[in-house]
Design a binder for this molecule. Structure first.
Ligand code: BES
Ligand code: MN
Ligand code: MN
Length: 462
């Protein structure tokens, strides 16, 4: 596979330009205003798979956004790798904080990416990482080194909960049959230290609505005499954590797996510098659950966070008003063994029970998913580690991530296969934030590393 390096060098400008074209389409799944762009992106992904050399590609209609499916079956008796990725992206706002428009990709140098990074919404999450797989396939087909069968399943609803993908997977078990699922939609420790994500957190996402009086009121005439829904909501939310930053919902921790001290000591070996972490975020200190360090708080521990809160008057100047309603969107990140539906129920029961007289509370569940952990002794993990070792010169470190890809647990349940998370993004790439970017180094290194995964996976499967 010496040739992959040469192939990437020879074609890198084209690889970058092709990705840039894909990034120009604003495939925002959260906002129906972009539904035409969703369709156009699915078409572009389909065309790219055909060009790379798949011998069958189709757009699969679903109750929601289409799924692009492609395959190259060279011999049914050989193993099959199923590549999953998503072509939808997060909304770009707040747009005014972008230093260049989110859907006009440009390459800029940064301290962490001295050779340049592509700035655009979706560059890292996940169009750039997904497209590495398309280019790796192109290489393997061009060089006649594809050692097994490959299937691609690229969806357009990951950022809004993958509802249609669940529908699709349940109905297409035979078509999606595989020996391992390969995903690049996570990160790694640094460009010098690759890592393989061995865990993802689950998620329960809810919206709450607190209603007081039947209309907005004059805050002088009524203030002090009726419950103010915003005051009440703030107090209710504050009560969801105690002084040690433990979550106070009864039963919330019942199924949380406690890691042994040995496992925690193992985790602590991964390189991490607290001062740099604080500096990167302009924080004067970190924060979180007592008894755990930063890298535990954001991976092996469950959390509860308000993602948005609104109500009352937020326009120019001052308006004296007691709002009729207050709202918040709340996410709970869960660890493996916590069941997201049960947690949603526990939250709903608790949150309604702490509502004081004078208001009514409504909890609307949004979406969720189970967490995931995978062992490091599987063939897939070993193959990924061998691939990284070869291209980075050092072995990968297993890391449990704090993010969620809820469909991964469903893959294991429905398709009975393990997922290997070979991520090439960095935490500093600002996914979901303004100025999202993906390093050119990371993009090209991904394209180089992926064919080696196939090679070693097939070797180890023999
Ligand atoms: N690619 C991310 C998840 C991720 C990023 C995992 C980095 C690990 C490291 C994915 O697109 C994502 O954003 N997932 C959502 C969940 C989804 C249900 C909206 C998340 O984690 O908030
Ligand atoms: Mn993603
Ligand atoms: Mn995302």
């Amino acid at each position: 596979m010496e040739n992959i390096k040469a192939y990437v060098q020879e074609h890198k400008d084209r690889f970058i330009n092709e990705l840039i074209e894909l990034l120009k389409i604003p495939s925002v799944s959260a906002d129906p205003a972009f539904s035409k762009d969703i369709i156009n992106t699915a078409d572009a992904v389909k065309a790219s798979l055909e060009k790379a050399g798949c011998d069958f590609v189709e757009i699969c209609d679903t109750p929601g956004n289409p799924i692009v499916y492609g395959e190259k079956i060279i011999d049914p008796s050989l193993p099959t790798v199923l590549v999953y990725g998503h072509y939808d992206v997060q909304p770009a706002d707040p747009i005014e904080l972008w230093t260049s428009p989110p859907f006009e990709p440009v390459i800029k140098k940064t301290e962490i990416h001295p050779e340049g990074a592509i700035f655009a919404r979706g560059s890292c999450d996940d169009k750039g990482q997904m497209y590495m797989h398309v280019k790796a396939l192109e290489y393997m087909i061009q060089s006649n080194t594809l050692p097994c069968n490959v299937k691609f399943m690229i969806e357009g609803e990951e950022e809004i909960g993958s509802k249609s993908l669940s529908w699709f997977v349940e109905r297409n078990q035979e078509k999606l049959k595989n020996d391992v699922i390969l995903i690049s939609d996570t990160g790694m420790i640094s460009n010098q230290q690759p890592s393989i994500t061995t865990g993802l957190r689950g998620l329960s996402y809810v919206e709450v609505e607190v209603t007081g009086p039947n209309r907005d009121l004059h805050s002088g005439l009524y203030g002090g005499a009726v419950a103010n829904p915003i005051n009440v909501l703030a107090k209710m939310i504050a009560s969801l954590h105690d002084e040690n930053n433990h979550i106070t919902i009864p039963g919330f921790y019942d199924n949380v797996e406690e890691l042994s001290l040995d496992e925690r000591a193992e985790m602590a070996k991964a390189p991490f510098n607290l001062e740099n972490y604080k500096k990167a975020l302009d924080l004067n200190d970190v924060y979180g659950e007592k008894g755990y360090v930063t890298n535990e708080r954001n991976s092996i521990r469950p959390t509860l966070d308000v993602n948005g809160i609104w109500g009352g008057y937020t326009g120019e100047g001052a308006k004296t008003v007691i709002a009729s309603k207050a709202f918040a969107k709340i996410s709970m990140r869960l660890v493996p063994n916590q069941d997201w539906e049960q947690i949603t129920e526990l939250f709903t029961k608790h949150f309604t029970s702490i509502a004081p007289a004078g208001v009514t509370v409504l909890v609307k569940p949004h979406h969720g998913g189970q967490g995931y952990v995978t062992p490091i002794d599987s063939i897939g993990y070993k193959a990924a580690n061998m691939a990284y070792t070869e291209t980075f010169g050092v072995p990968a470190i297993p890391v449990r991530s704090g993010g969620s890809i809820p469909i991964v647990a469903l893959f294991e349940k429905e398709l009975k296969s393990k997922t290997i998370l070979m991520g090439f993004g960095l935490d500093s790439d600002a996914i979901h934030s303004p100025n999202e970017h993906f390093g050119i180094f990371n993009y090209l290194k991904g394209i180089e590393t992926i064919p080696l995964f196939y090679k070693y996976f097939v070797e180890l499967s023999k």
